[in-house]
Design a protein around this ligand. Structure first.
Ligand code: CA
Length: 219
């Protein structure tokens, strides 16, 4: 899953990006509203974390413009006591908001909830045959036994499992699993896929030649 953080406070931007990376997300950052809108329109992010008070273009206006072309889930960050900002945020098309200063665990939980909602999944657990994916704990188990996956392998399994039954192109996977600073070696996806097959079973991920990868909903 790939997240965009739009925040003009440099320390907060850096710490949010680091926390999200540690939680397994691919993360891009933007330091003002114009850069944020440019990136938000360019990539199909899974969630955008959007500060309300931003230079060049405030969060409300950024969101109003973005909503003309994209329905990306947006979590707005607003200042304490700024009721008007929260009203504007929701009326501009924000899916949720959080008041600064916020608790990091709550922020991460709200992002997971937004991603689940946009995938129309109420449940945090996804079952694929004998493999279970707990998207809240970010743990994968097979026949009840926890399987050790790297952060990137987990991200790949989760993305394909959320879209089970759909063929996902390599381009789409690169866009959702890697951020703009990742070196995209062309064979990297194949390496991750073969490692996942070794851990979860050869048939867990199907290769559709020329199209991409797929996890069958009911293998
Ligand atoms: Ca700000």
């Amino acid at each position: 899953m790939r997240v965009l953080v739009v925040e003009d406070e440099p320390d907060l931007l850096a710490s949010l990006m680091q926390a999200l990376r540690e939680d397994g997300y691919a993360v891009d950052g933007a330091a003002d509203g114009e850069e944020g809108l440019f990136k938000a329109e360019q990539f199909d992010y899974d969630t955008i974390l959007l500060d309300y008070m931003l230079p060049k273009l405030d969060g409300g206006e950024l969101l109003r413009r973005l909503r003309k072309s994209r329905q990306t889930p947006v979590l707005m960050l607003t200042a304490r006591d700024a009721v008007r900002d929260r009203v504007t945020a929701l009326d501009s098309g924000a899916d949720d908001y959080l008041v600064k200063p916020f608790d990091l665990d709550e922020l991460l939980a709200r992002i997971r909830a937004l991603i689940r909602r946009s995938a129309r999944r109420g449940d945090t657990r996804i079952d694929i045959g004998d493999v279970a994916i707990d998207t809240a704990a970010r743990v994968v188990s097979k026949e009840g036994e926890t399987v050790a996956l790297t952060a990137r392998e987990y991200a790949l399994v989760e993305y394909l499992a959320v879209h089970a039954g759909t063929v996902i192109s390599r381009t789409q996977l690169y866009e959702h699993l890697f951020d703009e600073n990742d070196a995209t070696l062309s064979n990297l996806l194949d390496v991750h896929v073969s490692n996942i097959r070794r851990k979860l079973g050869a048939s867990f991920i199907t290769t559709r030649r020329g199209h991409g990868y797929c996890i069958e909903a009911n293998p």
